[in-house]
Design a protein around this ligand. Structure first.
Ligand code: GLN
Ligand code: ZN
Length: 765
């Protein structure tokens, strides 16, 4: 019989129990014992559910109170020196110190840096290593969780560990740069010790996660794989080397021949190379196929999978294992928690628990006679058919529009130089903000009351208008040049649009962990996207009516909506993105008609959407930039198009950034002290730039002098007539007490700069 296993289960809980338990503990409302008992319950429930769904090997140590990479750093005793001696702390408290920025004495220090986990929206804490790094067993969490699983009667368990190469690859140097591969020699004995201890607990299999095998690896790293796994080969535990998030490509032969007992591969993204892999795999090895998509929420087409699996099963027999493609951390827990979704749509979806049930069904079908297969698959066939032919998925009007889309749609009438004189006239160093103002308790309560029906539409509208009025008044008093309405009506920059566009569904509990206790709830894009009615025009037009100053309209761009949603898998992402672009294009037109002649199209997630393999970058950038241009291309020359991006490391993709052809780009640069602007100077970026002068992520009020200095630095890289003055990002997470003085200082810096410039005082940086 084919063995089923799971690589990891979402730990947040179907009702976000982990989030609430953590936050209660952090606020001091619960004891550590309470936190540990509620998380033990959560693990127990998840193992039980996975077992009930037919998993033959249950993952252990996939749970984490904060982050599995941070847990692993603690296990290896790799704690950055600024945190002091954390050895007297529990695993939980040590992890929280690093994640939340406290040293062993409880004094504030810089928290461990967070960065995105491959191409997911999960963030891990970057290990920080020294040249002389010493490793030693530093935590019992892994062993305690094995014991817990055992005590609950789970005999068939499979502890999960980040592999040595992936963990080193993801780390950074604590201070001076050095080659982190040099540390491998001292790292491996600790791995050997961990594996020995796991085996001593009676465990047979260990899952070693090495997802970097789906990346472009330099030769020394490839070679290090061979030597590392040869050295771990003598370990008494059997190793299942797990790769995921992409095909193996040039790493296929390497992965196939490593001396381990089994190899897990992503058979969704790497579907094309499964046969080649089976050809190259030594006959002693298990091949685990990640056949159910762990990165998306669609029900699989089991008939199709069966056709692919049958020949492999005949070849491999017991050596074939089946699993989801990757850990289920990246999908919500349970579809049954969604009573508000209609039955048809629900039948198309599959969350973590449903994915395991799909695996189980697949196994049953594989093990049954031909005549039984049909019956077993009947439901699945019907569901796949209904999705394929549903009129909710295919919208002829959208299809027609896509067909007749011609290249001119993505080209503005004139070049930036010709457009600029026709657009708003503004002082030198114009000032603006990125869009949102503080989401006060009052605003959040109003939104909740409206959603729950305690506020009528009209009452809600009146309240929001009052917020807009106040925001406009404050901006006028401060003296900003280009105003915004403040985005009070938006819960989230993607969800707000998804709620109104056709083709999207929203879940109530479809949470996915982003980092620590933070979760996101990605909308589900199931059908052709279209805009049944204007989305933002009413609010922007109202804001505009309140002032004679330019009012900037605010849209979330097509690429960002795409990258932060679960999107359909039945057509290329490029097509889906262009549909979104067309829907937003109409919004640009309507904003213009309402007299809005400055429009910002946020593309916060464009840079982070870059594919894992460099060879895929250009393809992505081509359609991503084209999508943005389809939206922006509706604008008249006289409309100034802004775009905003949060993550501003553009060195590698400057031509694409310029090709977006925005009139103004605002970016995050204050934390890098404007150094990120070098790319713009070296490339000779052709339009206007607003490098953020204050870090909105910090509660500190920036000083005018400090911002002036940053602006002077920016002027070394950007011509004066193209420089804007603005914060790094939206202000929705800050309070008005912080925002007002901060903006006041920012405006003072801008005025000072104008004065210096007019009097021809040389800037001193
Ligand atoms: N306009 C959005 C805001 O100000 C942009 C947010 C973002 O870039 N993440 O909130
Ligand atoms: Zn931003």
């Amino acid at each position: 019989m084919t063995l089923l296993h799971n690589l990891g289960f979402p730990r947040i809980g179907a009702q976000r129990e982990l989030k609430f338990a953590l936050e209660r503990y952090w606020r001091g409302e619960d004891s550590l014992a309470k936190l540990e008992s509620s998380t033990a319950d959560l693990r127990a429930r998840h193992w039980q559910q996975q077992q009930a769904a037919g998993m033959n090997l249950l993952p252990v140590n996939d749970f984490s109170l904060y982050d599995q990479i941070l847990d692993h750093s603690l296990l290896l005793g790799a704690i950055p020196s600024r945190f002091g001696d954390l050895s007297g702390h529990s695993h939980a408290d040590a992890a929280f110190c690093i994640a939340r920025g406290k040293d062993a004495q409880g004094r504030p220090v810089a928290a461990g840096e967070m960065t995105k986990w491959f191409d997911t929206n999960y963030h891990f804490i970057v290990p920080e290593l020294r040249r002389e790094q010493h490793f030693q067993l530093g935590s019992n969490k892994l062993f305690d969780e094995i014991r817990q699983a055992r005590s609950l009667g789970h005999a068939a368990i499979k502890p999960v560990l980040p592999g040595p190469l992936t963990w080193l690859w993801l780390s950074k140097a604590e201070d001076e740069e050095f080659d982190r591969l040099e540390l491998l020699d001292s790292l491996l004995p600790v791995y050997a010790e961990i594996l020995q201890r796991i085996a001593d607990l009676g465990v047979e299999w260990v899952q070693m996660d090495e997802p970097i095998l789906s990346l472009d690896l330099p030769l020394p790293w490839k070679q290090a794989f061979e030597s590392a796994y040869s050295r771990l080969h003598s370990s008494p535990a059997k190793l299942l080397l797990a790769t995921y998030f992409g095909p193996l490509l040039d790493n296929l032969h390497l992965a196939a021949r490593l001396p381990v007992d089994g190899l897990h591969v992503d058979a969704v993204r790497g579907a094309d190379e499964i046969t080649a892999l089976a050809d190259h795999l030594p006959t002693y090895k298990i091949l685990s196929l990640g056949i159910i998509d762990g990165r998306n929420i669609w029900r699989a087409d089991l008939g199709q999978l069966l056709a692919r699996l049958t020949p492999l099963q005949q070849r491999l027999g017991e050596r074939l294992w089946l699993a989801p493609s990757c850990s289920l951390l990246h999908v919500p827990v349970d579809l049954h928690a969604e009573p508000a979704l209609d039955d048809e749509l629900k039948s198309w979806l599959s969350f973590a628990l449903q994915k395991l049930e799909e695996l189980n069904l697949l196994k049953q079908v594989l093990g049954s006679e031909d005549h039984q297969r049909e019956e077993l698959l009947a439901d699945n066939l019907r569901i796949c058919d209904s999705r394929k032919h549903s009129s909710r998925v295919c919208n002829p009007a959208v299809q027609e529009r896509m067909q007749s889309l011609d290249t001119r749609a993505s080209i503005r009438n004139s070049s930036y130089d010709q457009r600029r004189p026709r657009q708003v006239s503004l002082p030198l160093f114009p000032t603006t903000t990125i869009g949102s103002f503080p989401q006060t308790a009052e605003i959040r309560q109003a939104r909740l009351a409206h959603r729950q029906g305690r506020l009528t539409d009209a009452e809600y509208k009146t309240l929001m208008r009052k917020q807009i009025q106040e925001a406009v008044q404050i901006q006028e008093q401060l003296g900003l040049d280009v105003l915004v309405h403040g985005e009070a009506e938006r819960n989230d920059m993607v969800e707000y649009f998804a709620e109104q566009l056709e083709g999207f569904a929203l879940t109530r509990h479809g949470w996915v962990q982003s980092y620590g206790s933070r979760c996101v709830k990605p909308p589900i894009l199931f059908g052709d996207a279209s805009r049944p009615a204007p989305l933002t025009v009413e609010w922007s037009a109202y804001a505009r009516s309140l002032t004679s100053l330019p009012m900037k309209g605010m849209l979330t761009g097509p690429v960002t909506i795409l990258n932060w949603s679960f999107v359909r898998d039945d057509q290329p992402r490029a097509t889906t993105c262009k549909q979104l672009a067309l829907a937003l294009r109409d919004e640009v037109r309507d904003l213009e008609k309402a007299g809005i002649n400055v429009i910002q199209i946020d593309e916060a997630a464009l840079r982070e959407g870059l594919p894992l393999r460099r060879s895929d970058w250009q393809g992505y950038l081509d359609w991503a930039v084209e999508s943005f241009r389809i939206t922006a291309g509706a604008a008249q020359d006289s409309t100034q198009i802004h775009t905003h991006m949060c993550y501003s490391e553009f060195n590698d993709i400057m031509p694409a950034i310029a090709a977006m052809d925005a009139d103004v780009i605002t970016i995050e640069t204050s934390r890098s002290r404007m150094e990120l602007l070098d790319a713009f100077r070296d490339f000779e970026y052709p339009a206007e730039i607003g490098p953020g002068v204050y870090d909105i992520h910090s509660a500190n009020i920036p000083e005018a002098d400090d911002m002036l200095q940053l602006l002077e630095k920016a002027l070394e890289r950007i011509p004066a007539e193209r420089l804007w003055v603005n914060p790094d990002c939206g202000l929705k997470t800050r309070s008005w007490q912080e925002v007002k003085p901060a903006l006041e200082n920012m405006l003072q810096a801008a005025r000072q700069l104008r004065k210096q410039y007019e009097q021809n005082i040389p800037v001193s940086a």
